[in-house]
Ligand binder design. Structure first.
Ligand SMILES: [Zn+2]
Length: 284
């Protein structure tokens, strides 16, 4: 993506966070808005729809530097998707490795790769095109429940995963999987949420003395995700999403968390603000 947002923040105490956009793809607008009537969302996206009625979805990743090491959050679609898939999804790079390099980070310096979940657009960048590990030194962390669903047999649930690719990294994943909340490095934790997928997790950075910064995965993919009732048709457990968004967003709003949206191209950094019985996203 040529117009990738360049955003970095120093949280103090040697914690720094950088946004790394690993390309963009297109997703059906109706599916993204799920149960929400078109009348309510149409005007929010008029300048974004393409000729196939699809929205522009950025592949937002975060590089978190801490005194104890580096954590990469998400890996995007990656470089192993075939031409057919690329054009079908209108996927445009750079994938996560060159995107990281352009931002000044060596993939070999990443200690932990944390993924909110294992859908194709979050776990696709673990391997390079030649099949080698894109982050040779890293431990990779997703929830055990997520691995089990991703490699399971429920046809509705597995449709969003690329099982042959995940099979290739299964052992690597199993060595680092989390069961429940876990601190990856001091100050960086994963918190299971479910909802969007069975083992979906949020990643929260708590640098000493700074307000928390959170990547809530696809529970907060775009600004309109701030309404807990607005869940996408890609949410496997939508009622769980509504409940967990309600409680997470309350915490985020009341404690002034910085939020990084997972698929927002232009204004991915902001905060959640209480608004009647829901929340509103305000970009920084
Ligand atoms: Zn996604």
């Amino acid at each position: 993506m040529n117009e990738a947002v360049d955003w970095r923040r120093d949280l103090g105490s040697s914690f720094r966070v950088a946004l790394v956009q690993a390309g963009t793809f297109r997703s059906d607008a109706g599916a993204i808005f799920g149960p929400v009537p078109r009348l309510l969302w149409d005007r929010l996206v008029t300048d974004e729809l393409d000729d196939q009625h699809r929205l522009l979805q950025a592949l937002n990743c975060l590089l978190i530097e801490t005194p104890a090491g580096r954590v990469l959050v998400e890996t995007g679609i990656g470089d192993r998707i075939d031409e057919k898939g690329r054009s079908m999804r209108r996927y445009e790079g750079p994938w996560v490795v060159p995107a990281l390099e352009q931002a000044g980070f060596e993939p070999g310096s990443v200690d932990v790769v944390a993924m909110s979940h294992l859908h194709f657009d979050h776990a696709g960048g673990l391997l390079a095109a030649d099949g080698s590990r894109a982050f040779p030194r890293a431990r990779i962390v997703a929830q055990r429940a997520e691995w089990e669903i991703a490699l399971g047999s429920n046809p509705r649930l597995v449709a969003s995963y690329v099982q042959p690719e995940l099979e290739l990294v299964r052992d690597w994943g199993a060595a680092g999987w989390a069961e429940g909340e876990r601190e990856l490095l001091p100050g960086v934790s994963v918190v299971p949420t479910g909802g969007h997928s069975a083992g979906h997790q949020a990643i929260v950075v708590r640098a000493p003395g700074a307000a928390p910064l959170a990547f809530l995965g696809d529970l907060a993919m775009r600004p309109w995700s701030a309404n807990p009732r607005w869940v996408s048709a890609f949410d496997d457990f939508p009622l769980d999403s509504v409940v967990v968004k309600g409680s997470l967003f309350a915490e985020a709003a009341d404690e002034g968390w910085t939020i990084v949206l997972s698929h927002e191209a232009r204004h991915p950094i902001g905060r959640l603000v209480r608004d009647r019985d829901r929340y509103r996203y305000e970009a920084d």
